[in-house]
Design a protein around this ligand. Structure first.
Ligand SMILES: Cc1ncc(COP(=O)(O)O)c(C=O)c1O
Length: 405
């Protein structure tokens, strides 16, 4: 779709700056309230809620009041002072800055979105029209397949195969590109297999996108969770690369719905911004401020998260080594793996999943969630507590025995 930015959004007071207007008669809502006005929100320096109405003319200009989206907001300022106005449409400036810190990119290459899912929706609807083509890896996180289908695009699948260790064959990608290809869509680390791309593969994919004048979408929502050395942010490889990520997976913050898209191509980012404005104007200022505060400290928190995931991964590895009911391709990153039953014909799969849930209260992602046969299943090892993980893994073996034909 051809998204265009609308004057009412481009010229909105939040975009030109609340503090540059003394008499703002352009708004269509009641005066913006502060977070501290919401019942139950603790207010700094006060044991109870102030009883009054929202501060009239809530322009965040004086008295050190936090400016939503403002890079200069010290993270120790009381959150209750946050003004719940429309925020910067492109997203919290401080957070955008942190996302590309130390890279050749700047905050102006980053658009915040409602999770990575929001970014993927914006990208697909911006780049695709009916009958356009995309080359897309399968299995995949469903949105990467379903939104292009909803648009009526033609999907050229690159099937990742167990026997090939779920590795991406670049030659197959090359062969699938046609003049109608709008983008190539890959996921790294991959959901549901945990397979990873190498630096060389990313380079080759970026070169293909350049040569064929199409885009390369890298859904790198699990990027921070690789077990080996981390690759550079995908959008740094080429102006033809679009990278997508979020706080959901590596940091356990899916409820903040804070994701982003990064590209060197500014007109493209502008089209994505136009789409975002037409969907929901801007992101939620409270969540973006929380995400910003967390992101400032992520290097403090993340080593603990990474170690915890490694410990849980070891539980899965030990379990896998001690049984012969399942086989797998060991993941190289992420928090999921995609094993399969070795002898699917000997197991009644409906019974298997029924027993697993009803008798052992254990739930996994069956293959059909990923358009794969049901004897494949995604096991998420990052989320559960170690005891639940171990108990669930043991339940898989018991259920397979009890569902034996
Ligand atoms: C590969 C991938 N991309 C994107 C998403 C969407 O994540 P969110 O919208 O929570 O950031 C998911 C969620 O499972 C995912 O696995």
């Amino acid at each position: 779709m051809l998204y265009r930015r609308m004057p009412i959004e481009v010229e909105s007071p939040e975009q030109i700056g609340y503090d540059s207007i003394r008499n703002n008669l352009s708004e269509s809502s009641y005066t913006d309230a502060r977070f501290g006005m919401i019942p139950g929100v603790p207010v700094a320096g006060s044991p109870s809620m102030p009883g009054g109405v929202a501060v009239p003319g809530g322009v965040p200009i004086s008295g050190g009041v936090p400016v939503p989206g403002g890079a200069a907001v010290p993270s120790d300022l009381p959150l209750d002072q946050l003004l719940l106005c429309y925020g910067d449409h492109i997203g919290h400036e401080g957070l955008r800055q942190l996302i590309v810190e130390g890279m050749v990119l700047t905050k102006d290459n980053v658009l915040l979105t409602m999770g990575a899912a929001g970014a993927l929706y914006i990208i697909a609807t911006t780049l695709l029209e009916k009958d356009d083509e995309l080359v897309v890896v399968r299995p995949n996180y469903s949105t990467n397949l379903e939104t292009p289908r909803a648009i009526g695009a033609k999907l050229q699948y690159i099937d990742l195969v167990f026997e090939e260790k779920f590795e991406l064959d670049i030659e197959k990608v090359k062969a699938a590109i046609t003049p109608r290809t709008k983008y190539i869509s890959v996921t790294h680390p991959h959901n549901p297999t945990g397979a990873c791309l190498s630096d060389e593969q990313l380079r080759q994919l970026a070169a293909l996108a350049e040569a064929h004048d199409c885009w390369l979408l890298v859904d790198e929502t699990y990027r921070d969770m690789v077990f080996g050395a981390q690759l550079p942010l995908a959008a740094t490889y080429s102006p033809k690369v679009i990278s997508v990520s979020s706080l959901s997976k590596s940091y356990g913050l899916p409820g903040l719905r804070t994701g982003w898209v990064v590209t060197q191509d500014r007109p493209l980012l502008e089209a994505f911004l136009a789409a975002k404005e037409q969907i929901h104007i801007c992101g939620p200022v409270l969540e973006e401020e929380l995400a910003f505060r967390y992101f400032q400290k992520k290097d403090v928190y993340f080593p603990g998260i990474r170690d915890d995931i490694r410990r849980k991964f070891d539980i899965v590895k030990n379990w896998m080594a001690k049984q012969d009911v399942f086989e797998w391709v060991e993941p190289k990153g992420g928090a999921v793996c995609f094993p399969r039953l070795r002898r699917p014909d000997s197991v009644d799969l409906d019974q298997f999943y029924k027993i697993l849930l009803e008798k052992y209260s254990t739930y996994v992602g069956p293959g059909h969630w990923f358009e794969m046969p049901r004897h494949y299943m995604r096991i998420g090892f990052g989320w559960p507590a170690p005891e639940a993980l171990q108990e669930g893994l043991d339940a898989l073996i018991k259920s397979s025995r009890e569902a034996c034909r």
